[in-house]
Every structure is written in C-alpha cells, then in structure tokens.
Design a protein around this ligand. Structure first.
Ligand code: SAM
Length: 220
C-alpha cells in the first residue's frame, strides 16, 4: 500500500472511532465507513479535510454532509430496511450513495445540479459501488425503478414528500430531514399497508430540497 493510502486508511479508522464515541454502533455501517475512501469525494486540494468531522463545500452552494449525519441516517435505514433497492435524493458528491452501495443495496441516486450529477456519476462508476445515477428533480422520485425498500433524502424537505412516499415498497421506509431552512427534524416514514407510520429524531442542518415538491428555488 502506498504511504498516502496508509495515512487515509488510518484517518478512516480515526473517523470510525469518532462515530462510535457519538453513539453509532451498527457494525455494518461502521464497516462501510472503513471501506469507502471518503477523500476521493473531495477536490484534490481539499482531500486533507475529508476525515474532519464536519460538512464541507462541494461547489454550487452544496455540501458533502458531516460523517456523523451520514452514519446516523444510514443506521436508521439499515436497522429498518436492511437490504434491497434504495433511492437517494441528492447525490451531491456521491459519498452517501457509495456508503449505501458498500452496504450491498442496489442504489439509485438523483441530483438536480447537472455538474454535480456528472462528477459523482463518473466517480461512482470508477469506484464500482453499484450506484445508478440520474439527473433531475428527485422530489418526484424515480417512477420507472419504484418501488423502493428504502429512500434517503439528503436535503431538507419543507414537508413530507408525497410522491416519494408513494414509491415506497410495503414496509419500506424513508429517512428524510423535514423542517424550515436551517433546522430539520430527522424523520422516518414507514409504509404499512395503506398507512404510514412516523418516527421522529434529532434536529440537523441541511441544504434545502429544491423542486416541484420541495422548496421554491427563488426563495434561496
Ligand atoms: N448525499 C450527498 C453527499 O453524500 O455528498 C450530500 C448532499 S447535499 C447535503 C444535498 C444535495 O441535494 C445537493 O447536491 C443538492 O443539489 C441536492 N438536491 C436538492 N434538491 C434536490 C432535488 N429536488 N432533487 C435532487 N437533488 C436535490
């Protein structure tokens, strides 16, 4: 292994120790964090920041989420829908999609900013985590590939995304941060027959989910 790879490997181990201290205990999730080379989802000059415990700008006013946030959302999904097909809304850098791929899900990921979509698609196909990317407004979902066992929305929604809820498989669940700009409550919505069950968790800060069933772009 090259020297730089050894250093990144050690940094991943440190990141996982930090996640454990924050209460992330799911072994599958922690192993996925050890496997995915997070620094490759950063511009070359920013790779040194890849394993810091924070969100980081990826251009176009968007961010790669903090490792803890990715781990928290992934754990919510893994503990409720451990396998199958997952739709991610907000590909961004592609890191969350790669983590889901490393966990063995068939991943479908949508991004509304063309440049981010293209960049992530290229990287994900090179790394081979089994992620299919699509450019477009994710608030409407991906009807041709539905239903999904899981949906992960990685941008803050103004309310429950109805089109996405309709694309959940029976007992499938969606992890989605909901609330006004700057503070969103992590929410799990699970489809049970004709009904939906909700669970509420901590508040997080996300960039807005912008689209037909999201926030209006002109507000930001
Ligand atoms: N999952 C990403 C990662 O691992 O880097 C982080 C995503 S960033 C916090 C949120 C992303 O959601 C941004 O890239 C943003 O452009 C995207 N987004 C916002 N509204 C969207 C929509 N309606 N459809 C698809 N992507 C959207």
């Amino acid at each position: 292994m090259k020297e730089a790879e050894k250093i990144y490997c050690l940094k991943r181990q440190e990141m996982v120790e930090t996640l454990k201290r924050y209460g992330i205990a799911n072994r599958r999730v922690l192993d996925a964090f050890l496997e995915v080379p997070r620094h490759l989802f950063f511009e070359r000059e920013a790779m040194g920041c890849a394993y810091n415990d924070g969100a980081y700008p990826i251009g176009f006013g968007q961010t790669i989420s903090q490792p803890y946030t990715v781990a928290f959302m992934t754990t919510l999904l893994v503990e409720r829908s451990p396998s199958g097909r997952v739709l991610e809304i907000g590909t961004g850098s592609g890191y969350q999609a790669a983590i889901l791929g490393a966990l063995g899900y068939s991943v479908f990921s949508m991004e509304r900013i063309f440049e981010l979509h293209e960049r992530a698609k290229k990287l994900l196909s090179k790394l081979g985590f089994g992620v299919t990317c699509r450019f477009g407004d994710g608030t409407l979902g991906w009807i041709d590939e539905a239903p999904f066992d899981g949906i992960v929305v990685t941008a803050g929604a103004p309310g429950e995304p109805e089109s996405l809820m309709c694309q959940l498989a029976e007992r499938g669940c969606m992890v989605v941060p909901i609330g006004r700009n700057g503070s969103q409550q992590m929410t799990v919505i699970r489809k049970e027959g004709n009904d939906f069950k909700r669970e509420l968790f901590d508040y997080f800060t996300f960039v807005p989910l912008v689209g037909r069933e999201g926030w209006d772009e002109t507000v930001f």
